[in-house]
Design a protein around this ligand. Structure first.
Ligand SMILES: Nc1ncnc2c1ncn2[C@@H]1O[C@@H]2COP(=O)(O)O[C@H]2[C@H]1O
Length: 267
């Protein structure tokens, strides 16, 4: 399985695109502004979008992308684009985006019988088969209903935390699956720890506590995502500092790496 990082920033600025990953050529995980770097042909090949939650930085390109590829998908007789998400996420998208005010309701266009998009509700813990991939829906702890995902591949699972604060249920599950790589958010620096807590995100100190929950026998690369652009340098410095700290009780060092848009991983 090929994973292409389209966006992994916690906000926009020049060169910073928000969360989206392309799995092979037909499945998107989240649809942040990174989707805008796909060509029309690449966009038109996407048949499934798995959303972690309803926040704009994770869904902004979904309505725009549907409009961009509508003519091609209709001409090709393509099936509706399937959007997999929690019921709360689907309801938020229907009420606040695809409401014929902010954007046309593509779940009834060109007709309710053969629309451009259809929603499929998911639940935490569910095992999905999407585009030939086995995908587990993982729990996340955020200000709106949210999930992460574990996607099985020949080399193990590609695991994505989604947006989350402290999340013991996530680690219980992660410790039981074969992990090829983990992508976990750290949106804020410790200087913004209070905002991180309020907005239910991780900061380096809470990330350190979270990584302590990984079984000692396990080691896999851990990629940091969703850093706010204004804080990225500081976040990286603080993470490096805690992982280098010699006084950590168990002296466990993690294999922490930095994610960037444009990277691809073959798993
Ligand atoms: N009080 C607040 N609660 C939640 N989010 C906030 C607050 N103040 C600012 N924000 C920002 O709003 C953003 C919404 O998307 P995020 O959850 O990625 O990150 C959030 C913060 O950067």
């Amino acid at each position: 399985m090929r994973v292409r990082v389209l966006g992994c920033s916690g906000a926009i600025s020049q060169g910073c695109r928000t969360t989206s990953f392309l799995l092979d050529d037909d499945v998107l995980v989240d649809a942040g502004t990174g989707v805008g770097d796909l060509s029309l042909d690449e966009m038109a090949r996407v048949d499934h979008v798995l959303l972690t939650h309803s926040h704009l930085d994770h869904v902004a390109s979904l309505p725009l992308m549907l409009d961009a590829v509508a003519a091609r998908r209709l001409a090709a007789g393509a099936a509706p684009l399937v959007v997999h998400a929690l019921p709360g996420t689907i309801s938020a998208l229907k009420v606040h985006i695809f409401n014929n005010l902010i954007w046309p309701d593509f779940s009834t266009i060109p007709s309710a019988e053969t629309p451009l998009m259809r929603f499929v509700p998911i639940t935490v813990g569910e095992l999905l088969c999407v585009g030939g991939k086995d995908i587990e829906v993982l729990p996340a702890v955020h200000t709106v209903p949210a999930v992460g995902y574990a996607v099985n591949s020949p080399s193990g699972h590609w695991v994505f935390s989604g947006d989350t604060e402290r999340n013991p249920a996530f680690w219980q599950r992660v410790n039981r699956i074969d992990v090829a790589m983990l992508i976990i958010e750290t949106a804020f620096s410790d200087r913004e720890r209070e905002l991180a807590q309020r907005s239910l995100h991780l900061a380096p100190s809470s990330l350190a506590d979270e990584l302590d929950q990984i079984d000692r026998s396990r080691r896999f690369p851990i990629y940091i995502t969703h850093t706010k652009p204004a804080e990225t340098g500081l976040i990286m410095e603080e993470i490096r500092r805690f992982d280098d700290a010699p006084n950590r009780a168990d002296d466990v060092r993690h294999d922490i790496r930095w994610l960037s848009a444009g990277q691809t991983f073959d798993l």
